[in-house]
Each structure stands twice: as C-alpha cells, then as structure tokens.
Design a protein around this ligand. Structure first.
Ligand code: FES
Ligand code: FES
Length: 161
C-alpha cells in the first residue's frame, strides 16, 4: 500500500506492507533511527513519537494507520547543531546517561509542555510514566523539566515501578 505522511515537516511517500509498524517504517525504510526500539510491545516507551499531536508508542501503530498523519520525532528537535530547549535542559541536568530512553522521553515532555507549560512534579511524573529509564532514577529528568520551566523540583524524584 502506498502511504503519505509528514514527519518533522518533511513529506514522505512510500509503499509499505500492511503489517509494518510505524517504528520499523521510520527506522528501516526512512533511516530515521533516532526513535528507539526497546520492547516492541508497547511497554517501555522507547519508541514514543507524537502522532497528530498526541504521544504514541510507534511500535504499536501500523505505518498504514499513519497514512496522512503528521508525526514529530526526536530528529525534529535539534536545529542543525543547536539542541532544542528540552534537549539542552536534559543535558544540563544530567538527565541523559545511556541515552536509550531519551528520544521517547523528550517527546513525552514535549507534548506535556505544549499542553501545560508549568507542570507540577506530579504532572511530569505522569507524563513520563510510560517511558522506562534504567539509568537515571528519573530525578534528573524531573529536574530538567522543572529547570526548563524556571522552577525547582520537589525532593524525592520518581520511584518507577
Ligand atoms: S519499543 Fe515501543 S513501547 Fe517499547
Ligand atoms: S538514560 Fe539510560 S535508559 Fe534512560
């Protein structure tokens, strides 16, 4: 099936088999490898992108379902060598260690801040609860978002289950 979709402002038109996920389509057919594949089962959030304005796990969306859609991925964040404000805040607050979760985490934060420019700690935790991070303990991620919004994180960070 031929599909057309816009990713980070660029229009792509490709033939795709019907069972191909949006994640595999982006990574393998388009070479957009910034979005990561972790579990492939909708549980880890590594593959998070913004599809028509809402975060989704792209491993759980078929490419054909994204026909006609607008998608934002981590590749759309930096402008040339300049990181986006979210990326800068992550870097400044040591919220990136191995970096595997970071593309998905940044997309979840992006959606949160678009809807709610001054989230509470609790709202940040809720926004990233679907994004597993095995390295940071989440505290630095929350601090990065609070830093970005001009406030300090409350003590305690996020205990992830
Ligand atoms: S790879 Fe999609 S949720 Fe884990
Ligand atoms: S920084 Fe390694 S999984 Fe989050």
């Amino acid at each position: 099936m031929k599909i057309r979709l816009t990713i980070n402002g660029n229009l792509y038109e490709r033939n795709v088999v019907e069972h191909r996920t949006l994640l595999r389509f982006m990574r393998e057919d388009l070479g957009l490898t910034g979005t990561k594949e972790g579990c492939g089962m909708g549980e880890c959030g590594a593959c998070t992108v913004i599809l028509n304005g809402r975060v989704v796990n792209s491993c759980m969306v078929l490419a054909v379902e994204a026909n006609g859609a607008t998608v934002d991925t981590i590749e759309g964040e930096a402008t040339g060598p300049s990181l986006s404000e979210i990326q800068k805040a992550f870097e400044a607050n040591h919220a990136v260690q191995c970096g595997f979760c970071t593309p998905g985490m940044v997309m979840s934060v992006k959606e949160l801040l678009r809807d709610n420019p001054r989230p509470s700690d609790e709202q940040v935790k809720e926004a990233v609860e679907g994004n597993f991070c095995r390295c940071t303990g989440y505290t630095q991620i929350i601090e990065a978002v609070m830093d970005l919004t001009g406030r300090s994180a409350e003590k305690g960070g996020l205990k992830h289950v």
